[in-house]
Design a protein around this ligand. Structure first.
Ligand code: URA
Length: 257
């Protein structure tokens, strides 16, 4: 059975994508500024099925429509940029087109990276999907490249694999972490949970100090080499399936009468 796409009034759709107030959009439609499949739309109250391909079919002022709701992005977070309004410094949202910052539902980061951590970060306006990616029961592993201040002792991988390490101020040991030594002062670690500043606190508990931290993989999705610091791209269905298998990525449906 095929699921019908949800519909939205044209003025609501465009207002939610940040193109202006509903009144401004009504003016834009009257002026012939919105087309669908090459045909000018005349009624701002017309209901539009919201499908992914709208961005190829609808134009606003001669430009392709911004991606409709259900947007998932991967972004290469540069050092020095913050994921939260609570931290000082330039925000990750500043790397996105200005109009995208006015979207409703808003784009949010899927989890966070510290200001001084770089690498792969997902963003979405789909709150359900966001929670499914971060939910511990869905076990989405994350891989980090770590640079350390002091040479590794040699027993760290074994301690981390044992799942017994306690972080300062916590009462539950960390889940086992997979660690591979890359050089005397660098390693990769794969986390299966996400505690606050986990990698930095983990190495502090092992008597070392993290001087560089970069996330290069979420689930089975690698940060592409071509995506430089500050760049982003829309995640395809295929890429999303690498983060969460489709059965887990889809909204849980409940049987209805
Ligand atoms: N662990 C950290 O310490 N910082 C991050 O940004 C991510 C994981």
């Amino acid at each position: 059975m095929s699921r019908q796409a949800p519909t939205l009034r044209l003025d609501r759709l465009l207002a939610n994508l940040g193109y202006g107030s509903r009144r401004e959009i009504q003016g834009l439609v009257r002026a012939g500024g919105v087309t669908l499949d090459g045909v000018e739309l005349e009624d701002a109250g017309q209901r539009i099925p919201v499908t992914r391909d709208l961005t190829h079919r609808m134009e606003v002022d001669g430009e392709p429509l911004d991606p409709p709701p259900g947007l998932v992005l991967m972004i290469h977070k540069p050092l020095g940029v913050t994921c939260s309004h609570k931290e000082a410094g330039p925000l990750i949202y500043g790397l996105l087109p200005e109009r995208w910052r006015r979207r409703d539902p808003a784009l949010s980061t899927v989890g966070r990276l510290d200001k001084e951590t770089s690498g792969l970060l997902l963003m979405t306006d789909d709150g359900g999907l966001l929670h499914r990616i971060i939910a511990p029961r869905n076990h989405v592993p994350k891989r980090y490249r770590v640079t350390l201040d002091r040479p590794l002792r040699g027993d760290e991988a074994q301690i981390l694999a044992a799942g017994t390490l306690m972080l300062d101020g916590e009462d539950k040991p960390l889940l086992p972490v997979d660690m591979e030594i890359v050089s005397p002062t660098s390693a990769t670690v794969i986390l299966h949970e996400g505690r606050y500043h986990q990698v930095r606190r983990m190495f502090a508990a092992l008597g070392n100090h993290v001087t560089g931290l970069h996330r290069d993989r979420i689930g089975g999705l690698d940060l592409p080499d071509a995506l430089g610091p500050g760049a982003y791209q829309i995640l395809s269905e295929v890429d999303l399936a690498l983060v969460l298998p489709p059965a887990k990525a889809a909204a849980e449906t409940t049987a209805s009468a």
